[in-house]
Design a protein. Structure first.
Length: 248
């Protein structure tokens, strides 16, 4: 039986301050839990699951507590709980390095679902890291974790002062192939951009786009040509389309 204090603690992990203080986050659902358990960087602290999930996943090295559907609902952050909930330690990132790789940068992405999907897109296209402005959604928010569909186990996510970071990399890489591309409504057709192996692609806020001071640091603005009448594209969808063209 789970004591009330445990239920209260898990529920409290919806608060970023408490997550950060304990360096713990919540993941839910068989697919995500199975993926996280298969990644060495992800350390499970405790799993709470229905009997049908536990039977094929018994592991003496992982503390697993059986719960019923009522208790699972009390613990869950989802509207429809799905068999299993896990507490995991936040992985420690290696020092940020932007050389010889492509990085996705998000400037002020507020929606956890958008950020999670961007992380998932990065994973699909083989991008190793996503760099977020400090006012972006938290990657360990339960909704963000859910939207990554397990990609949070493989993609390193950093929170940085973007202006300082980009200026530093521009200063150090004046003679290299490092370029900064900014997704904008008006820019070069992304289909005509040569494939890139080093640089940064900036995706802006859902409604305001990229901050002016960050946009000013870009070497080139790129856009996805519009054929219809939609005013804009969802940030995560735009990320996927851009990556599909520049990482060929």
């Amino acid at each position: 039986m789970i004591i009330k204090s445990k239920v209260k603690y898990i529920n409290s992990l919806g608060d970023k301050k408490l997550r950060d203080a304990d360096r713990v986050f919540v993941a839910e659902g068989p697919k995500i839990i199975n993926e996280l358990l298969g990644e060495p960087a992800m350390v499970p602290m405790e799993i709470f699951a229905l009997k049908e999930w536990i039977r094929p996943h018994l592991n003496p090295s992982i503390p697993i507590t059986e719960v019923d559907e009522i208790m699972l609902e009390r613990l869950s952050f989802l509207s429809t709980p799905n068999q299993v909930i896990g507490l995991f330690k936040m992985p420690a990132n290696s020092p940020l390095d932007m050389k010889n790789k492509v990085s996705v940068i998000v400037d002020g992405i507020q929606d956890p679902g958008n950020l999670g999907t961007i992380v998932r897109c990065a994973d699909w296209f083989g991008v190793e890291q996503v760099i977020c402005s400090k006012d972006s959604a938290d990657v360990f928010n339960p909704k963000t974790v859910q939207s990554t569909m397990g990609s949070i186990a493989r993609i390193k996510v950093y929170y940085e002062d973007l202006a300082t970071l980009l200026k530093k990399n521009q200063a150090h890489d004046t003679n290299s192939n490092f370029k900064i591309y900014a997704a904008a409504l008006h820019g070069s057709d992304v289909k005509k951009i040569m494939p890139i192996t080093e640089g940064a692609i900036i995706i802006g806020n859902e409604s305001k786009g990229i901050s002016e001071n960050i946009l000013a640091l870009a070497n080139e603005k790129i856009t996805i040509p519009r054929r219809g009448k939609a005013e804009s594209l969802n940030a995560a969808i735009a990320t996927g389309i851009i990556l599909s063209h520049v990482l060929r």
